[in-house]
Structures are given as C-alpha cells and as structure tokens.
Ligand binder design. Structure first.
Ligand code: SF4
Ligand code: SF4
Length: 123
C-alpha cells in the first residue's frame, strides 16, 4: 500500500459542508433555534405551526391527506402516499412562509424546505 503523502489535505467530517450550515437566512436561524430544543418542545412547536398551515385550502390537498391529518410539509416532509397530483401550490401565500424563511414550494411532493435546499446544493 502506498503511504499517504504528508502534504495531502486532511479531510474530516467537519471539513465537509453541512447542508444546514450552508443556509444563511431566517430558515437557518429557525432551524438552529429548533435544534436546540428538546424533542417534546419541538413537537409542541410543530402543532402550533400546523394551526397556521393553509395546505387544506390548496387545490393539491386531497381527502387522503385530510384523513391523515397531514400538514406542515415544509417542515415535516413530503406526503407519504396521499398527494401525487400537482394542482398548484399556495405555500408562498401562507403566513408561515416568511416566518420560517422558506424558499421552495410543493413541499408535499418534493420534501421539506431542508430537503429541497440540500438537493439544490447538489446541483
Ligand atoms: S408553507 Fe405550505 S406546507 Fe408550510 S405550513 Fe404553510 S401551507 Fe403548510
Ligand atoms: S405543500 Fe403546497 S402544494 Fe402541497 S398541499 Fe401545501 S400548499 Fe398545496
């Protein structure tokens, strides 16, 4: 086996870009603040945010999603089985959109804001 050159850069997991660390806006701040909380507190926050989610008013939202009480896709991730037909997205009109510093849309079909940003970083 060839010895490793002493001039080779030493790459650690901390050297690699963390997707959350690449965010530089309100969403990053909200994510960091949430990350510092206990999971029980996070769940409570999610329940509070769900009250402001306007997905049920969206043309893409359907009975399946309603029965499953699916909401807050921007944070919790995509609809597992219910929403597969894109009939428009009203996320940008949601009160949480600026509050959470969101930049994507169609979260029920594409995944959470964090997932969307991560995928963008791979382009
Ligand atoms: S931005 Fe979209 S997914 Fe997120 S809470 Fe508002 S309506 Fe729901
Ligand atoms: S995430 Fe967007 S497209 Fe999906 S149901 Fe909510 S508002 Fe509609």
């Amino acid at each position: 086996m060839r010895p490793v050159s002493s001039s080779a850069p030493f790459i650690t997991s901390r050297t690699l870009l963390n997707p959350v660390e690449t965010m530089s806006d309100t969403f990053r701040d909200v994510t960091r603040e949430l990350k510092a909380r206990k999971k029980e507190e996070r769940w409570k926050r999610y329940e509070d945010w769900k009250k402001s989610c306007c997905c049920p008013e969206c043309p893409s939202y359907n009975d399946c999603a309603s029965r499953g009480r699916e909401l807050l896709y921007c944070v919790l991730g995509m609809s597992n089985v219910c929403i597969r037909e894109d009939r428009h997205c009203i996320c940008p009109k949601c009160a949480l959109y600026p509050e959470l510093g969101l930049s994507g849309k169609d979260f029920c079909m594409k995944g959470s804001e964090a997932a969307v940003r991560y995928e963008r970083s791979l382009e």
